[in-house]
Design a protein around this ligand. Structure first.
Ligand code: PLP
Length: 880
């Protein structure tokens, strides 16, 4: 007794605990997001469509604040009579009133039998059986088993590419999208796919394997594949092929069936007779889950009848709802279907008009009755300037942004189709009114208008609430204003070598310059990027297309390339686990190669997180970090600007970040010309830094001794040659350090105080060279990305020359079409190295790995000069 009482008490406590946990007050996340589906929850939050609807009536939904929304997503077709239709609730109540038992398997089920008869009544001639289940996928599974049981010796079921049939393993095997099958061991054996609508492909398959084909299973209109109606004659052609080889024709009408297209079944429009039809969605009247598979007497088999069951199938509650749904569809001489046809014509006309008027962003409107897809463009060149809309178009992801805007600004709910992020699904309840359709067409008109005008800021303002406040954009750097980007030069020519460059936002200014039409400060754009990252799914590309460009180098052929941005900044890439960062960069590289790139350049931190490309593995193309040309340009810039102010050979040069890959090569090259050298390392790890600097200093000695005398040698190189030839390298280094010709430092202030010429080459986003640090008249060349020398140094120290190091001008007035915050026609040397490598694909200079080869540095510099790349020294008067 006691034990039972105690355990009941304990159980109550546990349940109370569980209930507590689901209360919003104890959690910042919605319980659906936290406990049911975090993936969907995150995506909804990302697009700011994470609304909880607390009530619904007809086509309208309401949130907790009482805001009204028009539901044109329509539960993917499962909302035939809108939300909470009275007649369906009445059917549910009638079960309760009558005390009808809902679950009494096995017995003669009254409601199930009545629904079976209703379904057969409304089905095309020849259909005589209806098996009842609980969902679309279950109906599809049943259809697969029916077919296999009917043709036990035939091994194949043929389906269409891009078709969607549900997510259970059999249904998923029919579904024609590899990406959704792979992780789940689908397709299981026995399924083949051919292109949808291609009767010739089907004919060829039948010619080869007709006697082994048990059935062909397709949708009359591919719903989730992007609302793609079968071409006229296709279904008839399939029927003939099936008849010829005695295969079954199965039509999946889970989405299109029961009135959605203005006929009871979509295949009726073409007068095609199927052996098996699956239905679900609308049969539940918008309230309960239910599905059915309808079939001819010939398909029936003992195996199926006796061995396929479902506990909940044909339960009285759902069956009564099914009967009520059919009643609503057929009453008044099928008046609702006539209404669907009328509203369908209204939509066809309205959407057709929108496609014509917004042809810059709309490709097509397809559908029938009240199942429509509005296809948005995937052409980046429809958006003349770098920016969000161009990237989203290229990623086939414009529909998501449109959905978010429509919900936030117009209270209109539409959704992308499952397989196509560029198709807006328009699928309202069959009971939708004329004025509701007009309202949604107006909302779409506004949305498409903003898209056509490239007004990305208006389309995403709701995602970044702070950006709407007055002055939010004040102080935002929006980079250099460019004219229309004419360099988005369309597809590559067949003979052109293709390259790609991977970049990412490095700092707030580069966020802001990503899309000046957003009109947002860098901080707000970062919030926007974070939101976009939340919406990523299996189909999302890792790299967003920013620009494309054709470059004609002097004495060579043109090359064509594309620039992609990862949606993560330097700090985010460094903070995430390295495998994740590497896998993002690798995915972006593979995508670029997939589009044709033969050389891939790793910009900024894409190079750092992959250990200068070493961790990237084979991506099927040449890979370069751009480090060689960066070093070459930095040394060139510093010594040339230095020469306008001092005798470089007698002057002290500091290399900040000397122990890094770029810093090391820069130090070795500068050592050839400098008066003296200060090697500056990271103070955070003094012991390790000291060892690395000492090793580097020794390398400097070895390098200078090996080089011997040279005409440009400065004091340091001369001293190395002049010391006793019998001394060891270490002894020479000691001597040089004593004479302060080589100094090792971890103190930035001290090192800059003794050096008129400074190169900053660190990978520390946080390091800042402040205006008080450079000595009078210093030249400071910053090749770090993000920069370590802020704009305030040049502003507050007119005596100091600050060079954004490694900037080069492209040959032949080319422009990457990408605003890195640089003047038109100018880019980073690391980017330019990719272009140089592409122009010499037969013997490219590539810098990959952690030791830059000095000969490669010199060679790429020479090659680039010959091709017409020129150092960009902004306003500095230096001859080339
Ligand atoms: N078949 C088609 C044509 C569908 O559109 C769907 C769902 O969208 C299904 C099958 C799967 O239905 P359910 O989601 O009820 O399993």
């Amino acid at each position: 007794m006691t034990t039972t009482a105690e355990s009941a008490q304990a159980k109550r406590e546990r349940l109370r605990g569980l209930l507590e946990a689901t209360r919003p007050a104890t959690s910042t996340r919605h319980p659906f997001d936290e406990f049911v589906n975090p993936g969907v929850g995150t995506m909804l939050r990302g697009l700011s469509i994470d609304v909880e609807f607390v009530s619904g009536s007809g086509t309208s939904l309401f949130d907790a604040q009482g805001r009204r929304y028009l539901d044109f997503a329509g539960a993917y077709g499962a909302l035939p009579f809108g939300h909470n239709p009275g007649q369906i609730w009445e059917a549910i109540s009638s079960v309760q009133r009558a005390g009808e038992p809902s679950l009494v398997q096995p017995s003669l089920l009254g409601a199930g039998g009545d629904l079976g008869r209703c379904l057969v009544d409304i089905s095309p001639a020849g259909i005589e059986r209806a098996w009842l289940c609980n969902s679309g996928a279950e109906a599809v599974e049943a259809a697969i088993k029916l077919v296999r049981a009917h043709h036990p010796t035939r091994s194949l079921i043929v389906a269409a590419d891009n078709g969607f049939h549900g997510k259970t393993l059999g249904a998923l095997s029919l579904t024609g999208r590899g990406r959704y099958q792979e992780p789940f061991g689908a397709p299981v054996a026995g399924f083949v796919h051919v292109p949808f609508g291609d009767l010739e492909a089907m004919r060829a398959l039948f010619a080869q394997r007709g006697s082994d084909i048990a059935a062909v299973m397709v949708e009359p209109i591919q719903g989730e594949g992007g609302v793609v109606p079968a071409p006229a004659g296709y279904l008839t052609g399939l029927r003939e092929l099936c008849d010829h080889d005695d295969a079954l024709l199965v039509l999946d009408e889970v989405q299109t069936g029961l009135g959605r297209t203005g006929a009871m079944f979509a295949a009726e429009h073409e007068g095609v007779r199927a052996d098996v039809i699956t239905v679900a969605k609308a049969l539940g009247g918008g309230i309960v889950p239910i599905g059915a598979v309808l079939f001819t007497r010939q398909v029936q088999s003992e195996a199926f009848d006796q061995r396929h069951t479902s506990t909940f199938g044909a339960n009285a509650l759902c069956a009564r709802v099914g009967i009520a749904s059919i009643d609503l569809l057929v009453r008044d001489d099928f008046a609702l279907l006539a209404h669907v046809r009328q509203r369908g014509e209204q939509l066809a006309e309205g959407l057709g008009d929108l496609v014509r008027r917004h042809d810059r962003v709309c490709e097509d409107a397809r559908g029938r009755g009240l199942l429509w897809g509005l296809e948005l463009t995937d052409r980046a060149d429809r958006f003349p300037n770098q920016g969000l809309l161009r990237s989203l178009a290229d990623a086939e992801a414009l529909a998501g942004i449109a959905c978010g805007y429509l919900l936030a600004e117009h209270g209109v709910r539409v959704a992308p189709t499952f397989f196509s992020g560029r198709v807006l699904r328009i699928e309202p309840p069959l009971t939708v009114t004329e004025s509701q359709v007009d309202q949604v067409l107006d909302a779409l008109d506004d949305t498409l208008g903003l898209m056509s005008q490239g007004r990305s800021g208006s389309l995403v303002r709701h995602l970044v609430p702070a950006a709407g406040s007055p002055g939010a954009t004040a102080g935002a750097s929006v980079g250099h204003t460019r004219g229309p980007d004419t360099t988005c030069a369309g597809p590559a020519l067949p003979q052109e070598v293709r390259w790609a460059f991977l970049a990412h936002p490095t700092d707030l200014a580069s966020y802001a310059s990503f899309d000046p039409s957003l009109g947002m400060a860098g901080e707000d754009v970062r919030v926007l990027f974070d939101r976009l990252n939340m919406c990523r799914n299996a189909e999302s590309p890792a790299g967003m297309l920013m620009g494309s460009c054709r470059v004609h180098v002097e004495g060579g052929d043109s090359t064509f390339g594309e620039v992609f941005a990862l949606a993560h900044d330097a700090a985010q890439l460094m903070d995430m686990p390295q495998e994740r960062a590497v896998s993002l960069v690798r995915q972006a590289a593979l995508e670029a190669v997939d589009r044709g790139a033969q050389v891939v350049g790793l910009g900024a931190y894409t190079s750092i997180v992959t250990a200068n490309g070493d961790l990237l593995g084979d991506v099927g193309a040449l890979v370069t970090t751009g480090n060689a040309f960066t070093v070459s340009s930095a040394v060139d810039a510093l010594t040339r600007l230095g020469a306008t102010r001092c005798d470089v050979g007698r002057t002290g040069c500091a290399v900040v970040g000397a122990a890094g890959n770029i810093g090391r090569a820069t130090s070795l090259l500068l050592a050839e010309q400098a008066g003296s050298l200060v090697l500056v390392g990271n103070p955070a790890h003094p012991a390790r830094t000291h060892t690395r600097l000492e090793n580097l200093a020794l390398d400097v000695v070895v390098h200078l001794r090996a080089r011997g005398t040279s005409p440009e040698a400065g004091d340091l190189a001369r001293a190395v040659i002049e010391v006793n030839a019998g001394w060891s390298d270490r002894r020479v280094l000691e001597e040089l350090r004593q004479r302060e010709l080589i100094v090792l430092e971890t103190d930035l202030r001290a090192s800059m105080a003794r050096s008129p010429l400074v190169v900053v080459a660190t990978s520390s986003p946080g390091l800042a060279v402040t205006p008080d640090l450079p000595i009078r008249g210093a030249v400071v060349c910053d090749v770090s990305q993000p920069p370590n020398v802020g704009p305030n140094v040049a502003e507050q120290r007119p005596d100091v020359t600050v060079v954004a190091g490694g900037l080069v001008r492209l040959p032949g007035h080319a422009d990457l079409g990408v605003d890195f915050g640089l003047p038109p026609g100018v880019t980073y040397a690391c980017t330019a190295e990719t272009l140089v490598a592409a122009a010499r694909l037969h013997d490219p200079v590539l810098s990959r790995g952690d030791r830059l080869d000095l000969d490669a540095v010199r060679l790429v510099g020479r090659q680039a000069r010959e091709m017409g790349f020129a150092l960009h020294l902004e306003h500095q008067a230096v001859d080339r």
